[in-house]
Design a protein around this ligand. Structure first.
Ligand code: BES
Ligand code: MN
Ligand code: ZN
Length: 500
């Protein structure tokens, strides 16, 4: 998608197949009679006149993502005018604009409208930069569809997006384009099926991306795992005919403060999770191609970081493997020695994500990471705890969690903090080894995080369990069903807080 910021252009004078303008519901939150007309978020007199009659008509309430289309709007050069609601005026933010811009793109796509111009709302609740950024992100993310391998696929992508904005919107707009495209890159990786996105291919895709954006990248195979004594990571891959891949990306800007923080991004890259010998039921097993979404999020975040160029060193480590049952697969009861030297009793071979991450975290520390973040589709239990509204976040240190929280205000993604208290450690004690890889039925997301905590050791660390959010089953007006690219935006914002 071609994107362009149109500074200070007059919306009524712009020639475009589709002009998009936002409106808010001006009724108070508790007012059920809804007498006030929706307010169009523009100061343009011609635009207001064009929409006057239809807004007075009362059928359009400007509820969040509600749409209203006008053809050949009087007094405007645009062929069509699309009004998209942001919900109650008092509560509308750039996060609502992100979704509403996405709604406009997904309105245009199936109707064969290939170009649109969006008018950024102005005023108190809508800072120019944040609003332009939200529009760019929302539009790009909405343009993604997962139907790659359908023969009847017409290329319905929107080809051009113009954003009319006043004020200081350039930097925000550029960020939105970078971050939106990077989120889509992560979604592309996740969408590919297991036969086409093996650990080796994931490594190639990461390396290609790194070459394009000037990031160092090394992809290692099984020998390196043996050399580094990554017994936990290796044990997951040993049952598969596909070799594992240890993907290491390093962004080393010249202006990073010497002796400053080194950020370690660690991603779970299970390109297919059958469960191994503790095999999963066949219902929904096809979805387990998305078990590399944490790794994809890190590759997507690196892609954005390489372009945003924060002054901080960042290392990305993705542990890619396929979890398969076979004559060479690991078995329940096996004991593995992780890179850190800790011994692990394997209770369930389906709890494989924490095994690959254990060695990924240890390796990122060995490479000098002073602050760690991992992302993983780690547990079904996080979905039981939080549903599909929030992903889980865990942290072993308050300052780093604070920075992550601040970033959420910009990313607009939703993560809910879950506890990491010593008492939970009891559940993963083993009789034969230092630790076991499952903690029983209760608190499954927490005990998985407690397992990882052993390998983050004393390094400030954040763990994101995105199992419930990485794949969207219900399409939204602003996003196709399929891979969501969740966590890319929040990881990038967290990293940026260590720059300088
Ligand atoms: N990849 C799964 C978690 C998952 C489940 C992701 C559903 C997305 C949707 C993970 O490897 C897994 O199998 N976890 C087990 C852990 C259990 C064996 C302790 C789970 O959640 O059931
Ligand atoms: Mn599993
Ligand atoms: Zn898994």
């Amino acid at each position: 998608m071609k994107t362009e910021l149109l500074k200070g252009k007059s919306p009524s004078q712009i020639e475009t197949p589709l002009l998009v303008v936002f409106a808010t519901d001006n009724n108070a939150a508790k007012d059920k009679d809804a007498k006030a007309e929706p307010g169009l978020l523009t100061g343009d007199a011609a635009l207001k006149t064009a929409a006057e009659a239809v807004l007075a008509g009362g059928e359009f309430k400007a509820a969040a993502n509600e749409t209203l289309l006008l053809h050949a709007p009087a007094g405007l050069k645009a062929a069509r005018l699309l009004i998209v609601g942001l919900g109650k005026a008092a509560k509308a933010t750039p996060h609502d604009v992100r979704k509403a811009a996405g709604t406009a793109v997904r309105f245009a796509k199936p109707r064969g409208i290939r170009a649109l111009t969006v008018l950024a709302p102005e005023g108190a609740g809508f800072p120019a930069g944040a609003t332009a950024r939200a529009i760019a992100e929302g539009a790009l993310v909405a343009d993604f569809d997962p139907d790659t391998y359908r023969s009847d696929r017409k290329d319905q992508s929107v080809q051009s997006l113009g954003v009319i904005a006043a004020g200081e919107a350039e930097a925000g707009f550029r960020e939105g384009v970078i971050v939106g495209e990077s989120q889509n890159f992560a979604r592309y990786l996740v969408n590919e099926p297991g036969n086409r996105m093996t650990p080796t291919v994931l490594g190639q895709k990461a390396a290609e991306m790194c070459r394009e954006f000037g990031v160092k990248c090394e992809v290692y195979g099984a020998e390196k795992l043996h050399e580094l004594k990554m017994g936990a990571f290796w044990s997951v891959s040993q049952g598969s005919a596909e070799p594992p891949a240890l993907i290491v990306m390093s962004y080393e800007p010249a202006n990073a403060k010497p002796g400053g923080p080194v950020i370690g991004l660690v991603g779970k890259g299970i390109t297919f999770d059958t469960g191994g010998i503790s095999i999963k039921p066949s219902d929904n097993m096809e979805k387990m191609k998305y078990d590399m979404a944490g790794g994809a999020a890190m590759i997507g975040a690196m892609r954005a970081i390489a372009q945003l160029k924060p002054a901080v060193k960042v290392i990305g480590v993705v542990c890619a493997a396929e979890n398969m049952p076979s004559g060479t697969a690991q078995k329940p009861g096996d004991v593995q020695i992780a890179m850190s030297g800790k011994s692990i009793e394997i209770i369930n071979t389906d709890a494989e994500g924490r095994l690959v991450l254990a060695d990924g975290l240890a390796y990122a520390r060995q490479l000098g990471a002073t602050h760690l973040i991992d992302a993983a589709t780690l547990t079904g239990a996080v979905a039981v705890a939080l549903g599909t509204v929030n992903a889980g976040v865990f942290a072993n240190e308050e300052d780093t969690f604070g920075k992550f929280s601040e970033g959420l205000k910009i990313s607009g993604e939703r993560f809910w903090r879950l506890p990491l208290e010593d008492e939970y450690r009891e559940q993963i004690k083993s009789d034969i080894a230092d630790i076991k890889n499952t903690g029983g039925r209760y608190g499954g997301a927490v005990t998985a995080a407690m397992f990882l905590k052993e390998f983050a050791e004393d390094t400030p660390w954040i763990h994101l369990d995105i199992a419930s959010m990485a794949w969207v089953d219900e399409p939204k007006s602003w996003m196709a069903k399929g891979p969501s690219g969740v966590a890319v935006r929040s990881i990038v914002e967290w990293v940026r807080r260590y720059a300088g």
